[in-house]
Design a binder for this molecule. Structure first.
Ligand code: DGT
Ligand code: CA
Ligand code: CA
Length: 578
């Protein structure tokens, strides 16, 4: 096991001990041991090889033996024994926000709760709020947590299913019987999460296609097998539907199953107003209408055209104002990945990234980018090894030196992801921020502040003259952590007034600020920067997820700072400074 795996294992042991009501000193020994490993300055292998592990503060000789065993074999009998003694339901309860090992222990000991189901009925009956250390508020929070957990488990991050979709599509397209194949549904619309996958195929021989689909190696269960539709459950629990239609219906089926439902409803209404009924099978006449039916609809563009509309990209089919825009010929020319010329929010191993400046610059150059911004964490983000003024200024010098080199492959901008402290002040001194090319500000602590306080805090930080961008403005983690409470309208207003960009954090778990806000904000002239927030070179690839979010938000290249060339960016930054 490597160091981070061992740290995780020690933390797990502390939790298991706590769940069993073990002696607090013993629990603390493991928790402290994990902290001590995190803070190690000498590599763990060296300490073990030189038999010096037990001399590290926070690690006694008994613990040193266990760490060594884990390092060498990954095995520790103590862990297996503890795990066997704890009911699995208790571990599941730990996934509910606000429930740590201590509270789960109390719930188990005092009320006999040992599963999520038992937890839910206890919370619903009000018996939890009577327990010491709990109240009406925490009881309500538990119920909300259980509901969120159910909703989350039914959906998947879009990013994570891309390889699954590509695999199925290339399999389908390689079949001789398949004329056309596409992934429809929320996946095609570029939604941040998907409930299930929907594939549409045009074929004269549905039997062969269905056969291939249900017999794929990753299928764990066939839930339906028919002439026109089959459904399977894949190994990771994800469901996939396949519909096979004749080529003449393909455009209609693809459009219908791409959705969204709201978009479909609006389009059908428009068809009806023109004396046509529209369904997944095609057009039909309605009432006394005797005009000829539109014919030769063999792609979606022709379908829209028959209804007097420009071709609406799938990303915009959410039932907002896309029909109106398509009618007026004023659909936005959506940004594309190839418009991107660099990226600002990235980390190196100076804070919690994994590679150095040069590696990141090379990674950016390999994507054909002209520049890369490095924005490591600031000192208050201790868990992320944030930089203090002195370390940051050293990085500024290193970046300046890199940019001077003849073999520099990409311009590096000096930035920082500076914490917004709970009171709205910034984590680093003005004299340091002044030396940077740009400053990204971000909330990384005190997430539970009430809405007014959180809003005031962020607005105050945005008043700061050196601020260039606001990072992940709601702090959400998709399918994991709800956004914190904040008045986004007020934040957008302030960003417009102060010429501050709000990022689209392109990490597939964040995609924050959300595209729904962009639909409104872009029209008002708000600028964004699509920021991979890469902690490794390969994560620069997250940019694709951010571009998709920008497309859903109706953004053109014009609204996105990092579609500008290096010279344009430099003059923009200079202009802001003055
Ligand atoms: P998901 O799977 O929850 O992420 O979302 P979708 O949008 O992929 O929804 P899904 O898989 O239930 O259905 C695919 C598309 O089929 C949906 O976007 C629109 C269309 N559709 C499904 N049910 C209805 C309906 O009741 N009315 C209309 N007009 N369209 C529907
Ligand atoms: Ca779906
Ligand atoms: Ca479906």
């Amino acid at each position: 096991m490597d160091k981070s795996e061992i740290i995780e294992r020690l933390e797990a042991i502390a939790v298991l001990l706590e769940l069993q009501g073990e002696n607090p000193f013993k629990i603390r020994a493991y928790a402290q041991g994990a902290r001590a490993l995190e803070a190690l300055e000498i590599p763990l292998d060296v300490l073990i090889a030189e038999d010096r592990l037990a001399t590290v503060r926070g690690i006694g000789s008994a613990l040193a033996d266990k760490i060594t065993a884990l390092h060498e074999s990954g095995e520790l009998p103590l862990f297996d024994q503890l795990k066997a003694k704890v009911a699995p339901g208790l571990l599941e309860m730990l996934e509910i926000p606000g429930l740590g090992a201590k509270k789960v222990r109390i719930l188990n000991k005092d009320l006999g709760i040992d599963s999520i189901a038992a937890l839910q009925s206890a919370a619903e009956s009000g018996s939890i709020s009577n327990l010491k250390g709990f109240g009406v508020k925490s009881e309500a929070k538990i119920l909300q947590g259980i509901r969120n957990r159910e909703a989350y488990s039914a959906r998947h991050l879009r990013w994570n299913v891309i390889p699954v979709v590509e695999n199925i599509l290339s399999g389908l397209r390689s079949l001789e019987a398949v004329q056309q194949a596409e992934a429809a549904g929320s996946f095609r619309r570029g939604l941040e999460t998907v409930g299930d996958l929907d594939f549409i195929v045009a074929s004269k021989d549905p039997e062969v296609v269905m056969d291939w689909f249900v017999k794929q190696s990753h299928v764990s269960e066939i839930t339906a097998r028919g002439q026109t539709k089959s459904s399977v459950r894949l190994e990771d629990g994800l469901q996939a539907d396949l519909r096979v239609v004749p080529a003449s219906q393909y455009a209609f089926a693809l459009h219908h199953f791409t959705g969204s439902k709201e978009h479909n409803v609006a389009l059908r209404k428009r068809a009806l107003q023109r004396g046509l009924s529209l369904s997944e099978w095609g057009f039909d006449v309605r009432g006394g209408n005797s005009q000829p039916l539109p014919s030769n609809i063999d792609n979606e563009s022709a379908l829209f055209d028959a209804l007097g509309l420009a071709n609406i990209p799938p990303e915009l089919r959410e039932g907002y104002d896309e029909l109106k825009l398509a009618e007026a010929g004023s659909l936005p020319k959506l940004i594309k990945c190839s418009d991107i010329k660099g990226a600002f929010h990235n980390h190196t191993n100076a804070s919690d990234g994994h590679e150095n400046l040069e590696d990141m610059a090379e990674g950016a150059a390999a994507r054909g980018w002209e520049y890369i911004g490095i924005a490591d964490h600031s000192k208050s983000s201790r868990q992320a090894n944030g930089l203090n003024e002195e370390r940051l200024l050293r990085q500024v010098d290193a970046i300046a030196a890199y940019n001077q080199r003849d073999d520099a492959c990409c311009h590096i901008f000096s930035g920082c992801e500076c914490d917004i402290l709970p009171d709205g002040s910034l984590d680093l001194a003005d004299s340091t921020l002044e030396k940077l090319d740009y400053v990204i500000i971000a909330v990384h602590s005190a997430f539970t502040q009430p809405r007014e306080q959180m809003t005031r805090r962020i607005l105050r930080a945005m008043e700061h003259p050196f601020v260039t961008m606001l990072a992940h403005p709601t702090g959400r983690l998709l399918l994991k952590r709800e956004p914190y409470e904040v008045d986004m309208e007020a934040i957008i207003e302030k960003a417009l007034a102060k010429n501050i960009a709000i990022e689209i954090n392109a990490n597939p778990k964040r995609l924050d600020m959300d595209w729904r806000w962009w639909l409104k904000a872009a029209k008002r002239g708000l600028k964004t920067s699509i920021n991979p927030d890469a902690h490794r070179v390969e994560q620069l690839g997250y940019i694709a997820a951010g571009v998709l979010t920008a497309r859903k938000g109706g953004l053109t290249a014009n609204s996105v700072l990092n579609t500008q060339s290096l010279t344009e960016i430099i003059s923009w930054l200079e202009q802001r400074e003055s």
